[in-house]
Design a binder for this molecule. Structure first.
Ligand code: ADP
Length: 390
């Protein structure tokens, strides 16, 4: 059935080959066979020989790539006016993709033989047509190369993400097994002494105290890990908070937990500190993590300075210690989950799973704030939390 009458054939050829003169279009139209195809028809198949070029007038086809016999990937959609399979005009080719109609399509087909017959006496038409087709192929190639480059960067990003996840997983397992094994081994040791019944009454009390302390360490480590994952999806709830009171409460809590009443803490809490709207629980965690570290990474128990003040529209809390400090190369990583500065061979061993600062950063950013650090190995660190008033 001829759905495309001669004038429509002319018009379509002119739209897809705008550089051809009308006389050339006229000649070419003699080689073109109109066809109408319903949806779902395979116009050509990847891997099969082909000697026909197709021009879509109306309708839409999908370009399918088969990575294997039973798989298909839709890589593109073409809608009229457009053409495909143009390599066939140069000679019989193997199709590089399968083309299937997605909607009903009005098409023109030009076979290699009909093309040669028509252009035989018209070398000028042949030259112009080939120039246009080659230009089209080049543009296609450039588009494909561009797409390949984009896919390549996506793949690269995905791979990097995967590698990061893997490193996180390894770090998690190493940290947890190490940090939990230490108190567990201690508990096991004391328990075997208890079971043997070799402990005197005072040694028994020491053993019970040591077991309790180690169990507490394990509980606090596991709590920290749970908190870290709990915080990720949670949105903070807001209430009005007075920061000076919150800081003092957190400080007392940290002293109790670490059983450290010795380290001096100089508090400088600006009375003009703005009250802020925030989630008490998560902000407590953030301030606690920074304060706890200041006590912990300060083996000589040198005085700490806590300064809270107003700066523009922000409340600022700076915690300064004169402890071991952080090497410059570790600074970009300390907020990553389970990251801990390598301590092998160092003079001090500090407990922890590397979750505190991750929690602090999450909590602060949930309040649209930020946390910054300045540090010098051997001289100490200052962690500063910035919280906007609203
Ligand atoms: P944790 O304290 O449980 O190890 P954190 O996430 O709180 O984990 O901190 C990550 C790492 O950053 C710590 O292991 C430590 O190496 C370093 N760090 C954090 N705060 C300080 C500090 N005040 N002084 C020195 N090092 C610190």
């Amino acid at each position: 059935m001829l759905d495309l009458v001669a004038t429509e054939t002319h018009e379509l050829l002119q739209r897809v080959f705008p550089e051809l003169a009308f006389s050339h279009i006229d000649i070419l139209s003699r080689a073109a066979q109109p066809r109408r195809l319903p949806p779902g028809i395979e116009v050509c198949r990847q891997g099969e020989p082909g000697n026909t070029m197709f021009i879509i007038g109306e309708g839409e086809v999908v370009v399918i790539f088969h990575p294997s016999d039973d798989k298909e990937l839709v890589v593109d959609t073409l809608c009229g006016p457009a053409y495909f399979g143009e390599m066939a005009l140069l000679g019989e080719t193997t199709r590089t993709a399968t083309i299937r109609t997605r909607t009903s399509c009005h098409m023109l087909e030009i076979s290699h033989d009909a093309f040669l017959t028509t252009t035989d006496a018209n070398p000028d038409l042949l030259r112009r047509l080939l120039r246009q087709i080659i230009g089209h192929l080049r543009r296609n190639d450039r588009a494909v190369i561009h797409e390949l480059n984009e896919k390549n960067s996506e793949l690269h990003a995905a791979y990097k993400n995967l590698a990061e996840q893997e490193s996180l997983r390894t770090r998690f397992i190493a940290t947890v097994s190490h940090e939990l094994r230490t108190p567990l081994t201690a508990i096991q040791g004391y328990l075997s002494l208890l079971n043997n019944g070799v402990l005197s009454e005072s040694a028994l009390r020491t053993a019970m105290a040591a077991i309790t302390r180690n169990v507490q360490t394990m509980v606090s480590l596991t709590n920290q890990m749970f908190l870290m994952y709990e915080l990720y999806p949670e949105a903070p709830t807001a209430s009005t908070l007075g920061l000076p009171d919150l800081i003092v409460d957190v400080l007392n809590g940290v002293r109790d937990t670490l059983e450290d009443s010795e380290t001096a803490v100089y508090l400088n809490l600006d009375p003009n500190l703005p009250t802020i709207r925030g989630d008490k629980r998560t902000l407590t965690l953030a301030i606690r993590a920074v304060l706890e570290n200041a006590f912990k990474f300060n083996p000589h128990r040198l005085p700490l300075h806590v300064h809270a003040y107003r700066q523009d529209h922000e409340a600022v809390i700076a915690v300064q210690d004169k402890g071991v400090g952080i090497p410059a190369e570790a600074l970009p990583h300390i907020f990553e989950p389970f990251y801990r500065v390598e301590q092998e061979g160092s003079a001090h061993l500090f407990p922890g799973v590397g979750a505190g600062l991750t929690i602090a950063k999450l909590a602060v950013s949930q309040h649209n704030g930020r946390i910054e650090v300045r540090s010098e190995p051997g001289a100490g660190s200052t962690f500063t939390i910035f919280l906007p008033r609203r």
